[in-house]
Design a protein around this ligand. Structure first.
Ligand code: ASP
Length: 435
């Protein structure tokens, strides 16, 4: 079986196993001994340990990969005068796709009215953390100590440092060429680490999902069904329709091929709920399986994982309308524009780890003049939505990267069109029957 299929199978089996264990734990017929075995040995033991090791090893690769890959990318672009235009274009696409995402979310949410039938029971309570002032956010992008930035995993700071370093390499003559070749070798080695880890991914994905679903009560979804399904529908629409249209219009390439190659990446995004942890896999897929050159992918993917969160913006759009409806607040046209603007900015400030979208939602609500405590209403289903929106977030990164690759002539179309390019495990056509 190909690695892709094994990862997807692990995902399905993980969800089923977790749900089954959840049922067992809630059934009266289960003996105390079996219950202890399930909770202590399986859920809090085996699954927890395997899942945490898996996430740690994914994260382990993020900083070296982003650094090395960005240095390679910017050093090869640095003297071609394309670096600036590519950066501007990438930023424009990331912002535009996010603005489209929030607008769609607002439109559908107003149409469906998920909060209209919901009665506000009791006091909702949620304490928002105060966001830092804008000036600090800006200054914080520029590292004073690159090693500290790497130790703290500050993505934007690492990006700034790597871009500058790569640019300097491309202008440092012979010495620069030597260093560039060192980093290209490093990149090959770190990519190999990603491949090694991917071979173990089925176990990690299984353990994470089995653990998560074993304590996920489905009843939360029933109570918030209309909110949950509105967000889900817009997420799916954006991933399948909007990205496909954009890809067709701006690159003429096949959306079906992109979506097919994204499937294993979705399994990672879904089980980790973190675009940061998924980054090594997204980068590898976009470079090796979709053929986007490192000079573009090495820049667009790490940047996208950090600032481009269309799925998160969709959740925030629907959540804003939902909370307004529950509290009986009529949103004005100005409020809608504010939401589009702040959710697009919030997406930049949302860290690529689980659940942060809910924290930055506080900023959006505040700007729209809505009660921040409203967040308490939707917490119950947020983890599940987080998994799906993270998958949308990384699909947005890949789509924009392919578009930039194509428009800049930095994509190997033969690789993009080859369904098995860069795939791990035995290639179907290479399996020789032994009989
Ligand atoms: N979990 C999301 C991500 O990493 C961020 C969020 O929406 O909470 O992409």
């Amino acid at each position: 079986m190909s690695l892709t299929n094994r990862i997807l199978l692990a995902m399905v089996v993980g969800v089923l196993t977790g749900s089954l264990l959840n049922l067992l734990l809630h059934s009266a017929a289960v003996s105390e001994g079996l219950r202890l075995f399930i909770t202590d040995f399986l859920i809090d033991g085996l699954f927890d340990v395997v899942g945490r090791i898996f996430i740690a090893s994914l994260k382990l690769l993020v900083v070296p990969l982003v650094l090395v890959s960005l240095i390679c990318g910017s050093s090869s672009l640095g003297d071609s005068a394309r670096m600036g235009p590519i950066a501007v274009k990438t930023l424009a696409f990331y912002l535009a796709t996010t603005a489209i995402a929030v607008s769609l979310a607002l439109f559908f949410a107003v149409l469906v009215g998920p909060g209209n039938q919901v009665e506000l029971v009791g006091e909702a309570s949620y304490r928002a953390t105060t966001p830092p002032p804008l000036a600090d956010v800006l200054v914080d992008i520029f590292p004073s100590n690159p090693f500290r930035a790497m130790a703290d995993g500050k993505m934007l700071q690492i990006i700034v440092f790597a871009l500058l370093f790569g640019y300097a390499i491309s202008h440092a003559g012979e010495q620069g060429r030597r260093i560039a070749s060192f980093f290209r070798d490093m990149e090959a080695v770190v990519m190999k680490m990603v491949e090694i880890l991917m071979a173990l991914a089925p176990y990690g994905v299984f353990a994470l999902l089995a653990r998560l679903f074993s304590d996920m009560g489905i009843s939360a979804i029933v109570d918030l069904a209309s909110y949950f399904f509105t967000v889900l529908a817009v997420l799916i629409f954006h991933a399948l329709v909007v990205y496909s249209l954009l890809l067709r219009i701006f690159s003429g390439l096949s959306p079906r091929m992109l979506l097919q190659k994204m499937r294993p990446v979705w399994a990672f995004a879904f089980s980790t709920a973190s675009s940061g942890a998924t980054l090594p896999i997204t980068l590898r897929t976009v470079e090796r399986r979709m053929g986007v050159h490192n000079s573009v992918a090495g820049f667009t993917i790490p940047l996208g994982a950090t600032i481009n969160m269309d799925g998160t913006a969709i959740m925030q759009g629907v959540a804003t309308v939902f909370i307004a409806q529950v509290y009986g607040v009529d949103l004005s046209a100005a409020a809608f524009l504010t939401v589009i603007l702040t959710a697009t900015l919030a997406s930049i400030g949302t860290a690529a780890v689980p659940g942060v979208g809910l924290i930055t939602l506080a900023m959006v609500l505040e700007q729209a003049g809505l009660p921040v405590e409203g967040i308490a209403l939707i917490i119950g289903v947020d983890r599940l939505l987080d998994m799906v929106r993270t998958a949308v977030n990384v699909t947005g990164d890949a789509t924009v990267s392919v578009i930039i690759g194509k428009t800049e002539n930095q994509i190997d179309e033969a690789v993009f069109l080859d369904p098995v390019a860069g795939q791990d495990g035995p290639r179907e056509e290479q399996v020789v029957p032994t009989a």
